[in-house]
Design a protein around this ligand. Structure first.
Ligand code: VGL
Ligand code: ZN
Length: 242
C-alpha cells in the first residue's frame, strides 16, 4: 500500500452514527463511506477528526424552537428573529440557520465516532458546536465566521496543522454538502492544499453535492476518488507508457 507523503494529513469530518442511516440527521450512504475513511486514514501518518458535539436544546435544533426540521430562519443570540425569505434583506447581526432534527448530542451513543473506524490513540479530535447559540459547520470557524473551534490543548485546527508540518489535507466524512464543504473552503482560505475524496463522503442532498463540488472547483480545491490518490502523490509510478 502506498502512503501519503509526511506533509499530507487525513481529516475525517463528523464521521458519526448520528449522520448515518437511522441517526438523528440521517445521510444516506453514511455507513458505506466508513471503510473508505479507514483506508484513507491508514495511508496517512497523521490523523485528525471532527465531531459535531451539541448540548441538549442547541439553537440549531428545530425542536428547540418548536419548528419543523429543515426550516430556514435568522438567528440572533440563538433566538429566531425572522423566517428566511428569498426576497427579503438579511436582518442585521443575524445568522442564517437551517433548523435540523436533533443530532450529535454530547455524550450520546450516536454522537460517538462510527464504531468501525480505526482511530489511532494519538489522532486528534476537534469537537465543535458546543456553543448553544452558534452552529459550527466548518472545522476552522463557527458559523458567525469569527469564533473558532479549538482542541482541548487550546489550538485551532490550522494552528495545529501548521505546528505538525502539514500543508495538504485529504478530507472525507459527513456531510459533504454542509460540514465537509465549509471546512474544505475555510482550510483552503487558510492556505492549505485541500483534496476532497468523493467516495469517502456522502451528502444530505444531490443538489447540495453538486453545489459543493462547484464551490470546491471555484476555490481551487481538488476533488477526486480514493483510487486516484496514489497517482496524485506518486505520479512517476503512474505515468502512461511511452
Ligand atoms: C452537519 C448539519 C448540522 C454536518 C452538522 O456534519 O454536516 N450538518 N450539523
Ligand atoms: Zn450539528
Amino acid at each position: 500500500m502506498k502512503t501519503f507523503p509526511p506533509h499530507v494529513a487525513f481529516l475525517g469530518i463528523d464521521s458519526q452514527l448520528t449522520f448515518c442511516e437511522d441517526g438523528g440527521l440521517a445521510v444516506s450512504g453514511g455507513h458505506q463511506i466508513m471503510p473508505k475513511l479507514n483506508e484513507l486514514r491508514s495511508k496517512s501518518t497523521k490523523g485528525y477528526w471532527t465531531q459535531d458535539w451539541h448540548p441538549v436544546g442547541h439553537s440549531s435544533f428545530a425542536s428547540t424552537h418548536g419548528r419543523e426540521p429543515f426550516t430556514k430562519v435568522w438567528l440572533e443570540n440563538g433566538q429566531i428573529v425572522a423566517d428566511y425569505d428569498d426576497n427579503a434583506e438579511a436582518p442585521k447581526n443575524a445568522v442564517l440557520q437551517i433548523l435540523w432534527p436533533d443530532h450529535g448530542i454530547q455524550g450520546t451513543e450516536e454522537a460517538a465516532l462510527h464504531p468501525i473506524l480505526h482511530v489511532p490513540s494519538d489522532d486528534m479530535i476537534l469537537r465543535k458546536g458546543n456553543n448553544p447559540n452558534i452552529d459550527s459547520y466548518s472545522c476552522v470557524f463557527e458559523n458567525d465566521k469569527k469564533t473558532q473551534p479549538r482542541f482541548e490543548n487550546g489550538m485551532t485546527l490550522p494552528e495545529q496543522l501548521r505546528e505538525d508540518g502539514i500543508t495538504t489535507v485529504v478530507m472525507g466524512g459527513l456531510a459533504l454538502d454542509v460540514c465537509v464543504r465549509d471546512g474544505a473552503l475555510d482550510l483552503k482560505k487558510e492556505g492549505f492544499d485541500v483534496i476532497v475524496v468523493l467516495d469517502a463522503s456522502a451528502a444530505i442532498s444531490s443538489e447540495g453535492k453538486m453545489a459543493a463540488i462547484k464551490d470546491f472547483l471555484n476555490a481551487g480545491i481538488y476533488v477526486c476518488y480514493s483510487d486516484e490518490l496514489d497517482a496524485y502523490f506518486h505520479p512517476s509510478q503512474h505515468a502512461p507508457a511511452p
